[in-house]
Design a protein around this ligand. Sequence first.
Ligand code: HPA
Length: 266
Amino acid sequence: MSKSAELAALIRARAGDAAPHLGLILGSGLGHLAEEVQGVAIPYSDLPGFPQAGVSGHNPKLVIGDLEGVRVAVFGGRAHYYEHGNPAEMRLPLEILRDLGCGQLLLTNAAGSLRPDIGPGDLMALNDHIAFAGTNPLIGEPSDARFVPMTEAHDPEMRAGLAAAAAAEGVALPEGVYCWFSGPSFETPAEIRAARVLGADAVGMSTVPEVILARFLGLRVAAVSVVTNMGAGLSAENISHEHTKAMAPVGAAKLERVLRRYLRNL
Ligand code: HPA
């Protein structure tokens, strides 16, 4: 049995057999959303081989249960490329989701905005991305399945559902392009200007590898950024991880309303 099938069996034994409809990965400062789910919590440390998310502001456990009457699997934190230098660190968790029979994945992250009309505390749904970190989680994958089409990687139907949910909640949810920088240092002002020229609307240190892996594994995927700051050099505020963690809850409250409505509408 594959490692992911083994872990999926372990998770089913603890949380029950029903397939989660939606997988949710929570970004920096958004981990508390895992507490909203009525269900079974499994610490990552109980899942052998599972990447330990070592970033403060994450909540390293998997919770499987009900949110708004929909069965969900919530990852309270993710591993980042900058923690290990391995862009495929999230492959096992996503394989587990697939093996649990989950069809949709919603990724969330904290991000810096490059757009004057999207500020700290605002949300942005990703309609595309740029893998500026210059690596790919499928490097070394031997099968021809590695040649994943990315033309509509950010699922149009899920995005339409998110847009409808946001509109119903009165929450602004502009769409934009997310540019993946490796981190962990923040970008320089020159890098932010470069990203703008390239067509990016937001920058962050995650999500893109998971979008690629999700498409590779046949999961439908969409992602929402919680903007915690303007990109470096675009405003006078300081950029720091402390600031990210302090600002994320502002956007997280809006994200939670959109997510709950999205689930109710499914
Ligand atoms: N850059 C990269 N990642 C981030 C930022 C940023 O400005 N803010 C929150 N995560």
